[in-house]
Design a protein around this ligand. Structure first.
Ligand code: HEM
Length: 485
């Protein structure tokens, strides 16, 4: 229903007589509480913000579709992957990690790569990054790690002491630190970077047989990175550079796309593979487990409204669909809790009913009420289970695939404690120019660290990855000769 003559109304729909002058007792008298329209405007304005995401606060989103190009139904019964040519609508949100909502896009940081597939069997969220690994591998370390990336409690400044203290005391971070400090640490645009599910997930086929998988979205635009000096200049001149680039490309019909591949590992290999396949600080060699194409993701529509679609978008690594399940990765297990908890706090208990988050398939459950319920709330339908009134019921064929567990309940570290081989392999893969830039970036980032003890501890890790790597960083920091590293 449209308002006649584009008439301005109050939030309760009544025509507004004056939206420029508030109601006062006489021309110079005090403002009247009777001006309810004024009160409502001021009060609503005070509540325009929801809390920003505690991490990944700055982001840009786009709509698109995913199209299957290779039939992998032998490995997963996920209906959206069931046949070549099948298209599923999706929404993606890219982000930086550490900065606040208004922070600059072109900083050195991992980029979030969160994809929501609106499948016919519910929403499937793949909440990944532009890196295949992560800094830590147990959820219990996440709040401490993120504290080091955020501001100092007294100075409110970024704190390189905390960053390198934590990394040097958490050597499992070395692989991801090497990626972050390399050219890929500052992508040229959001279109010119890969995306990864990072964790290992489980695929289950119609026969109930399982495999372990890792996801790789390869950019069809090619990888491009920003020169550090240009990135610093852009951070000042156009802090929204990546956001703008994505919006303008899509608006101009230059639709970015990615090819999705998976690596597939037979379940039994997990017991013998030379790295723990559930350790998110490690990659699986593509020689051992080659990339297998799945389909194309194309972004072809900008959001109509940033707040409604991007700020209120809620992704959870726990939103699976039949045929895709969690693995025992200790980080992933923690994330299964953290996201929906964050959403209930940040957006509200009914965040799943908002248009951007609502499944495009039918939703039938016995959850009722809660703040801001806007979807009819189940009407008069049966509101408990079990019941004798034909309410929705479970489908046992959609139980997760059973798997055996053994051992004692205990706090146990990952078996494989080799933090150095994969970081060193990555260093050795780089050209001389890439190594020089990597070392320059690390030296620049570590210079402000006050304690030599922290720098030396970190240099020892670089050294163990590759002696040349360690020596060059030590030299750049002026610590080589004096400490014999
Ligand atoms: C135990 C480890 C982790 C915890 C506890 C955690 C927690 C969180 C939380 C609370 C948010 C904010 C959610 C919101 O307010 O909407 C978030 C956002 C995000 N996280 Fe994590 N995270 C973890 C590890 C990771 C890893 C390993 C990745 C990537 C592989 C990742 C990727 C993302 C992305 C992409 C977002 C932004 C989602 C969006 O665009 O809305 N996180 N994380």
């Amino acid at each position: 229903m449209s308002t006649p003559n584009n008439r301005l109304t109050t939030s309760w729909g009544a025509p507004v007589g004056d939206n420029q002058n508030s109601l006062t007792a006489g021309a110079r008298g005090p403002t009247l509480i009777q001006d309810v329209h004024l009160l409502e405007k001021l009060a609503h304005f005070n509540r325009e913000r929801v809390p920003e995401r505690v991490v990944h606060a700055k982001g840009a989103g786009a709509h698109g579709y995913f199209e299957v190009t290779n039939d992998l139904s032998a490995h997963t019964k996920a209906s959206f992957l069931s046949e070549v040519g099948k298209r599923t609508p999706m929404f993606i949100r890219f982000s930086t990690v550490a900065g606040e909502l208004g922070s600059a896009d072109t900083v050195r940081d991992p980029r979030g790569f969160a994809v929501k597939f609106y499948t016919e069997e519910g929403n499937y969220d793949l909440v990944g990054n532009n890196t295949p690994v992560f800094f830590i591998r147990d959820a219990i370390k996440f709040p401490d790690f993120i504290h080091t990336q955020k501001r100092h409690p007294q100075t409110h400044l970024k704190n390189p002491n905390a960053v390198w203290d934590f990394w040097s005391l958490s050597p499992e971070s070395l692989h991801q630190v090497t990626i972050l400090m390399s050219d890929r640490g500052i992508p040229a645009t959001l279109r010119h970077m890969h995306g990864f599910g990072s964790h290992t997930f489980k695929w289950v086929n119609a026969e109930g047989e399982a495999v372990w998988v890792k996801y790789h979205f390869k950019t069809n635009q090619g990888i491009k990175n920003l020169d550090v000096d240009l990135a610093a200049k852009l951070a000042g001149e156009n802090p929204d550079y990546h956001t703008e680039d994505l919006f303008n490309a899509i608006a101009a019909g230059d639709f970015p796309s990615w090819t999705l591949y998976v690596q597939i590992m037979p379940v039994e290999d997990a017991n013998t593979y030379r790295f723990d396949p559930f350790d998110v600080t490690k990659v699986w060699s593509q020689k051992d487990y080659p990339l297998i194409e799945v389909g194309q993701m194309v972004l072809n529509r900008n959001p109509e409204n940033y707040f409604a679609e991007v700020e209120q978008a809620t992704f959870s690594p726990g939103s699976f669909v039949p045929g895709i399940e969690a693995s025992p990765d200790k980080m992933l297990q923690g994330r299964l809790f953290a996201y929906s908890d964050a959403h209930r706090y940040r957006v509200g208990p009914n965040h799943n009913t908002l248009p951007i988050n609502r499944p495009q398939s039918e939703v039938n459950h016995y959850q009722r009420d809660g703040a801001m319920r806007a979807d009819g709330n189940g009407g008069g339908s049966v509101y408990y289970e079990p019941n004798s009134f034909g309410g929705p019921s479970q489908s046992p064929q959609h139980k997760i695939a059973a798997y055996e567990v053994s051992g004692s309940a205990d706090s146990v570290a990952y078996d494989h404690d080799d933090h150095y081989t994969q970081a060193g392999d990555l260093y050795r893969l780089m050209s001389e120019e890439e190594r020089a830039r990597l070392v320059r970036n690390i030296v620049g980032a570590m210079k402000p660290v006050e304690k030599d003890e922290i720098k030396l501890r970190q240099i020892a890790h670089f050294y163990k990855a590759d002696p040349e790597y360690g020596e060059r960083v030590a030299e750049g920091l002026g610590l080589a000769a004096s400490h014999g590293v």
